[in-house]
Design a protein around this ligand. Sequence first.
Ligand code: GLU
Length: 278
Amino acid sequence: MASRVAVTRFAPSPTGYLHLGHAFAALTAWSAARGSGGRFLLRIEDIDRSRCRSVFEAAIRDDLAWLGIAWDGTVWHQSERQDAYAAALTVLADRGFTYPCFCTRRDIAQSLSAPHGPDGPIYPGICRMLGAAERDRRIARGDVHALRLDVARALAVAGDLAWTDREVGSVVARPAAAGDIVMARKDIGTSYHLAVVVDDADQGITLVTRGDDLFAATHVQRLLQALLGLPTPAYHHHRLIMDEGGGRLAKRTPGVTLRDLRAAGATPAEIRSRLGFV
Ligand code: GLU
């Protein structure tokens, strides 16, 4: 069956060197685009400037080129997209879907009613309960705050949502499992989920390919698409590449970065075939 023309992206954060897992993710996105006559985009997810280094971005470009992966068009940087994220936050705030949260990590950890969700402790809703006057008073006083999604309110408006995943078919979105997640961090004014959803729409991404470890994120991102009136791409959450002991690869796992493998004499063709690509 001919697949639909796919616009895909590889969206690494430049916080370390690419490893075999990244190579698999990039090859999955690239081959879906190339195999359908579509486009493959490279997006640098560098909203958290404190963790990102230009040397790692240079290495990402170099490693992809070495692997034989060419991207289409210009490379987007999330650090240059703050206006787009601010506009989306305004839409959410104007519709009453967000509220300011003044809590520290410690406040949340100390709350006895903080169960764990896919992204860590589920926020127990402390600041959702604040009255408008108290919120205004704290903001006027200059208290730093994040913006959180009022997920119950958002779901009441958005209704039932689903998405299609190439591995598992139709998936019912259950964003409530993550609780009132942060839409704008105190320090960076946006969040991973918001930035990804806005960028996927603005870049015309039709197929999001990414590791299974981000499956839970799609529940939240599907809700944000609905709230912001953005299209929903198809998804392909692919398997993760494990180390020899069956553990998750990390940027600090020795011997598995593309740099290390290259230095040890591996060729791009060997890497591609080891990962199941020709
Ligand atoms: N920047 C994320 C990462 O490096 C990927 C985000 C995504 O594919 O949605 O894991």
